[in-house]
Ligand binder design. Sequence first.
Ligand code: HEC
Ligand code: HEC
Ligand code: HEC
Ligand code: HEC
Ligand code: HEC
Ligand code: HEC
Ligand code: HEC
Ligand code: HEC
Ligand code: HEC
Ligand code: HEC
Length: 300
Amino acid sequence: MKRIFKGACLMGIAWASLLATAQAGEVDWAALNPAFAKAAYVKDKEACASCHADSIEAYKKTVHGRTFQHGPKGVLQARDCEACHGPRSQHVAAPDASLEFSTEQYSTVCLQCHQDGGRMYWQSSQHKTAEVGCVSCHTLMKKKSDKALLAKDKEPTVCYSCHTTVRGQMQKASHHPVKEGKMLCSDCHNVHGSVGKSMLKGATVNETCFKCHQEKRGPFIWEHPVVRENCANCHDAHGSNNPDLLNAKGSFLCMQCHSYGGHINLPRYNRTSNPYGQGCVNCHITQHGSNHPSGAKFTR
Ligand code: HEC
Ligand code: HEC
Ligand code: HEC
Ligand code: HEC
Ligand code: HEC
Ligand code: HEC
Ligand code: HEC
Ligand code: HEC
Ligand code: HEC
Ligand code: HEC
């Protein structure tokens, strides 16, 4: 028993000395700014308080401020301010703004601790490629949003500062209830990157939709191939002035592919709108797929 305990202690010491030199995932500060090469960690935010009291007061209310102050886990978190701002001994002695990071440099700094989970595909994401960085969407020194340290109090407001077209789409007559606050952009997108295109959460458009519209998943006895292929063949996920987020009106939607659908060109088949509904789907009510034995034409 005693021997095992001693062994564990020795292992602990070996770990501690390892950690003191090279931290797993630690950023190479000197590569970000050569001035860091000669600096040491101050490890005391009281030493910063004489000049940055206001920043520190606001910071204390953020998740980092709270976590790093009360029971930090590991050496990186225990560095507190310097976990993100690098070793600051020289800055305290001769303060100026010369150690400021660019947006891209800050992303490297954040990934010391946040490489995991949601950020798995960050390096190949459209945002990283377009030089958008963590601090383009997140504010660190002040709690501005209920969750996720966002730069604005509401998530869509953050996105609309760059994606004005999407804001327009979300105002259309038929839209997912984002402006009503019942849904977020991040219900469908992982803005940190994903395997799917357009940074969708699912591997495909359809997989993304099935998360909430399960009944459209099938399999059906009678499949409509165009539905299997991509919901976006008929729907605009952000918004449309046609009902049900449809990207064309009434019969015109179906007639992109079915010239009157094998029907003779009679008004009762091709009407684009009438009191009873939307043309083709008046009769072809199971256009997403049918499980009825005689539903081959999606009429039941
Ligand atoms: C989790 C990362 C992180 C930690 C920890 C952190 N900062 Fe910051 N700090 C930033 C980022 C990023 C900015 C750039 C502006 C922004 O996004 O809020 C910044 C900006 C600043 C600024 C510029 C003025 C301002 O308030 O925007 C000061 C000063 C500052 N930090 C001091 C500190 C001090 C002192 C601490 C510790 C008490 C600290 N920071 C802890 C990330 C951090
Ligand atoms: C003696 C005063 C003083 C002390 C102490 C001090 N700073 Fe500063 N700090 C400044 C001044 C001056 C600036 C430049 C402000 C400007 O030009 O906008 C600055 C800028 C900063 C910035 C923004 C620019 C950059 O380099 O990223 C950060 C972050 C920062 N300080 C962090 C810290 C931290 C962390 C500590 C404690 C370890 C600290 N400071 C201690 C005076 C001080
Ligand atoms: C030293 C490690 C460390 C660094 C560096 C760091 N973080 Fe964090 N971050 C944490 C920890 C710990 C939490 C607490 C929640 C958790 O356990 O994930 C957290 C939480 C967050 C959250 C979630 C907030 C919430 O309300 O749920 C966001 C967003 C975040 N960090 C962004 C950033 C960004 C952006 C940077 C770079 C400017 C950064 N972090 C740098 C360790 C770190
Ligand atoms: C385009 C805007 C945007 C960018 C760029 C961005 N984030 Fe986020 N981040 C968000 C939004 C929105 C949320 C909340 C929704 C969610 O969790 O997906 C979030 C949530 C988080 C969270 C908490 C939830 C989780 O996944 O653990 C962390 C941590 C985080 N971001 C870290 C980062 C880091 C690190 C970077 C840079 C490598 C970064 N973010 C870049 C918008 C962004
Ligand atoms: C600082 C500006 C900025 C912010 C803020 C921002 N984005 Fe982006 N986003 C871009 C740029 C630039 C691109 C790449 C060019 C493009 O496709 O528009 C992009 C690309 C995207 C793409 C992929 C587009 C494609 O064609 O594949 C999605 C999805 C996206 N952003 C969603 C979001 C969401 C959701 C938010 C809010 C959480 C957000 N963005 C916040 C600038 C921003
Ligand atoms: C219901 C799911 C859903 C929601 C909610 C959603 N998106 Fe999308 N988004 C999509 C789909 C699906 C695509 C298109 C994928 C494809 O066909 O390439 C897309 C594409 C995009 C693109 C690429 C350019 C374009 O318009 O095709 C951007 C940018 C974007 N979304 C931003 C946002 C923003 C910002 C929000 C929140 C205001 C948001 N999205 C909310 C599903 C969604
Ligand atoms: C996070 C859940 C969620 C995801 C993911 C989702 N939706 Fe929805 N969808 C909803 C909600 C909520 C409504 C509104 C229902 C209501 O108002 O009764 C809705 C409504 C719709 C409507 C009817 C719109 C109307 O005007 O009544 C269509 C069509 C639709 N979604 C298609 C899609 C497509 C296509 C996708 C994939 C790109 C998708 N949805 C992804 C939650 C989701
Ligand atoms: C061939 C075109 C087409 C495709 C592809 C398509 N839809 Fe639809 N969808 C429609 C039409 C037309 C309506 C309106 C039906 C009505 O008015 O009765 C509709 C309505 C909806 C509705 C709202 C009414 C309801 O049935 O719940 C949802 C949700 C929906 N679609 C989801 C999806 C999803 C998810 C996909 C992909 C798996 C998809 N759609 C693919 C044509 C299509
Ligand atoms: C993007 C192209 C496209 C759109 C839009 C489209 N379809 Fe189809 N549809 C197809 C394809 C492809 C088939 C399979 C044809 C086959 O098996 O020969 C099909 C099959 C059908 C069939 C069965 C035909 C048969 O010969 O058994 C019906 C009925 C049908 N579609 C109705 C509709 C209706 C109603 C709409 C509008 C809500 C619609 N389609 C929209 C491409 C489309
Ligand atoms: C008044 C009801 C009604 C309307 C409206 C209607 N259809 Fe049909 N459709 C049917 C019936 C019934 C069949 C044949 C079913 C069968 O043979 O089992 C059919 C068959 C089809 C077929 C399969 C043709 C084949 O050769 O087997 C297609 C494709 C089709 N319709 C498309 C459309 C399109 C596109 C529209 C709108 C322009 C439309 N339908 C409007 C009732 C309708």
